[in-house]
Design a protein around this ligand. Structure first.
Ligand code: ATP
Ligand code: MG
Length: 387
């Protein structure tokens, strides 16, 4: 039975709608203004919301904006009086599913509700599919360090402990971070990634904490930062060693107090975020050079997971090669290519400065360039051997 929330300050309208819709087989809940509506919306699960525009305390537009932040999927249908069609149109632009005017035409309302429910079913199905197929890629490897890392992930993931992941480029730090989220109690909420090295230092604060409209020249719209986006979930701060000192100070505060402030705002916002960070730098060296705050280092690195380079676990090369042969063949929709044992052995001697990312690229190149079976001479021809 679909669950519908009706928010309207006029009791007579709520009663009429509730009667009709219960008769049609819907389960109904009611709220008499936006504030009460939002409380119910955030604590219960609804399939559709019907919401009036003009209401005391919190109007329909504000409700819509806040509801969008809390749960962006549930369709919200606006009920507008004749005086505020313009607001209704504005509401649709802001993400309302549709609007119906007062007094509601019974047929139109039922059709709108059915459409909204259909959409909701599709959205949910897509999410389920994404969860099924967008699964985090396996951590392949049977070497002792990989076994230890998997063990640590299993132990640490379900806790709230912050984790710092260290290791060279391409060793699989991001993969470890994704598994920590996947195996945590936060896995139904998002994992939000920020690549601190890719964002210019003057923009990093707004990226992390958001900003209010007009807080600086290019801030033409309000923006929700990554900390807020990750609320309830995990924030993955990649390349944290590249973060500016001033941003470090703010991140430290967010971690200490569980609060952030959008750039240009005077209000604090509580955030419930688990931070997982990664770096390819030696952060203690950075601390010595006064480029990284020691207090932040201690806050972030409650648990440290070091992912060793591929050269330190060469015994994983054959199993990784096999895994990538299969994965890439699947991507291309082709049968998996064979590789000779001597060829695998030769790959095992290679100096993998780019680690697993480089190995994957090499396997892909070999699949494209070699004949039916990948042989030693293919490697000699197509891979530059650095020993
Ligand atoms: N153990 C593993 N098994 C399978 N695939 C792996 C493994 N480790 C890494 N990969 C793959 O190798 C690639 C690089 O891994 P990832 O992006 O996690 O590395 P990284 O340490 O974050 O690198 P960088 O420091 O360059 O950001 C990805 O495609 C990842 O899926
Ligand atoms: Mg990475």
């Amino acid at each position: 039975m679909p669950n519908i929330l009706i928010i309207d300050d006029e009791k007579s309208i709520r009663k009429t709608l509730a009667e009709i819709l219960s008769y049609e087989g819907y389960k109904i809940d009611e709220a008499s203004d936006g504030e009460e509506g939002l409380k119910k919306f955030t604590s219960n699960q609804y399939d559709v919301v019907l919401c009036d525009i003009k209401m005391p305390k919190m109007d329909g537009i504000e409700f819509l904006e806040k509801a969008r932040l809390a749960n962006s999927d549930v369709p919200i249908v606006i009920i507008s009086g004749h005086g505020n069609i313009e607001s209704a149109v504005e509401a649709v632009k802001k993400g309302a599913f549709d609007f119906i005017s007062k007094p509601p035409d019974l047929n139109r309302m039922l059709i709108t509700l059915r459409n909204a429910l259909d959409k909701q079913v599709l959205v949910t199905e897509t999410k389920v599919l994404k969860r099924k197929f967008g699964k985090v890629q396996e951590i392949v490897g049977s070497s002792l360090p990989i076994k230890k890392i998997k063990d640590t992930i299993d132990k640490v993931a379900p806790t709230e402990a912050r984790v710092l992941i260290t290791g060279e480029n391409g060793v699989g730090k991001e993969l470890v971070a994704r598994w920590i989220h996947e195996k945590s109690n936060r896995c139904t909420a998002p994992i939000v990634e920020v690549n601190c090295a890719a964002i210019p230092s003057e923009l990093i604060e707004s990226e992390l904490f958001g900003h209010e409209k007009g807080s600086f020249t290019s801030a033409i719209k309000q923006r929700i930062g990554k900390f807020e986006q990750a609320n309830g979930g995990t924030l993955f701060l990649d390349e944290i060693g590249d973060m500016s000192l001033s941003a470090q100070a703010k991140v430290l505060r967010a971690l200490q107090e569980g609060k952030i402030t959008r750039v240009g705002a005077d209000k604090d916002i509580n955030v419930d975020v688990r931070v997982v960070a990664a770096t390819n730098k030696n952060l203690l060296n950075e601390v010595d050079e006064k480029k990284f705050r020691l207090d932040l280092y201690h806050r972030l690195g409650v648990i440290i997971i070091h992912v060793p380079s591929l050269n330190e676990r060469r015994e994983d090369v054959p199993i990784l090669v096999d895994y990538f042969l299969e994965q890439i063949a699947n991507e291309y929709g082709q049968p998996k290519k064979e590789i000779e044992t001597d060829a695998i052995e030769l790959l095992g001697k290679y100096n993998w400065t780019g680690n697993i990312r480089e190995l994957r690229n090499v396997v892909e190149r070999l699949i494209i360039l070699s004949g039916k079976v990948i042989k030693v001479e293919d490697i000699e021809n197509f891979v530059e051997i650095r020993r």
